[in-house]
Design a protein around this ligand. Sequence first.
Ligand SMILES: Nc1ncnc2c1ncn2[C@@H]1O[C@H](COP(=O)(O)OP(=O)(O)OP(=O)(O)O)[C@@H](O)[C@H]1O
Length: 288
Amino acid sequence: MEETLPDGTRRVTEVPAHHGRAAEDDGLKHVQPTDEHVIEVRDVEVRFGSFTVFKNLNLDVRRGEILGFVGGSGQGKSVLMRTILDLVPKYSGTIRLFGEDVDKLSVPQRALLNRRYGVLFQMGALFSSLTVKENIQVPMKEQGSNMSKQLMDELALMKIDMVGLARNAADKLPSELSGGMIKRAGLARALALDPDLLFVDEPTSGLDPIGAANFDDLIAGLRDTLGLTVYMVTHDLDSLWNVCDRVAVLADKRVIVNGPVQDLIDYDHPWVREYFRGVRGGRFVDAE
Ligand SMILES: Nc1ncnc2c1ncn2[C@@H]1O[C@H](COP(=O)(O)OP(=O)(O)OP(=O)(O)O)[C@@H](O)[C@H]1O
């Protein structure tokens, strides 16, 4: 069954909210997504000069869910994430974060809102001249907090534990870390201010399959223990099947459909068919 949602996108079939690997009966308590919208994007248009990246784009992200955001290369996945983060200006439309229209916030209100989300950019985006611990402390210092050095060191170590890094990584430079460790350090920095919402851009790119699966598990575990909402831009079909509650598809300059991944595989759109039923995606479909 398909329906048109208030945000104008199509949703396929009504199913229980949580479908990822984290939903398996592993004895752990899992956070169930709610109907409260942490992100609401309405009729957003973004242009670079005469090039329109998207138009009339709508998207909702619910509290407690892991939303996977997919689309062909160059369709605008990163641009949309950067638009939501206010790093790219929009031409028109509305973006609400935690119910607040971001265009209507004063500078201090915006600063408070910024504390509520963390971002893991592709490649970790760590400062190369700072140690892991110092990188994690950057957001703490940017907030102008009066925390003592000892407290900031303790907090940084807590974040290092949280992302599964060994404590001796704290004093290492990014150049001394493996790709997987860099991602974890970037994640620790994204969690520095205890956000409610986490944006992750291609978190498993460049990782081997085991490292990628471990990282997916880490994200799902953090969602469950910290009650995070996760907005995940990804190409990784394993991530979609294993940890995402819902997947939104960007094509033709808008979000064409969203829903649990197993309900999208039959969606009638050339890119969706090729993605989920092509050489790589087909193995998941055949396994269903
Ligand atoms: N600052 C910019 N100025 C002009 N064009 C830009 C800018 N940033 C992105 N674009 C263009 O916007 C489009 C969307 O780019 P974006 O990086 O969001 O794609 P993507 O879907 O994330 O792709 P990929 O999966 O390959 O990373 C591309 O055509 C890109 O060239």
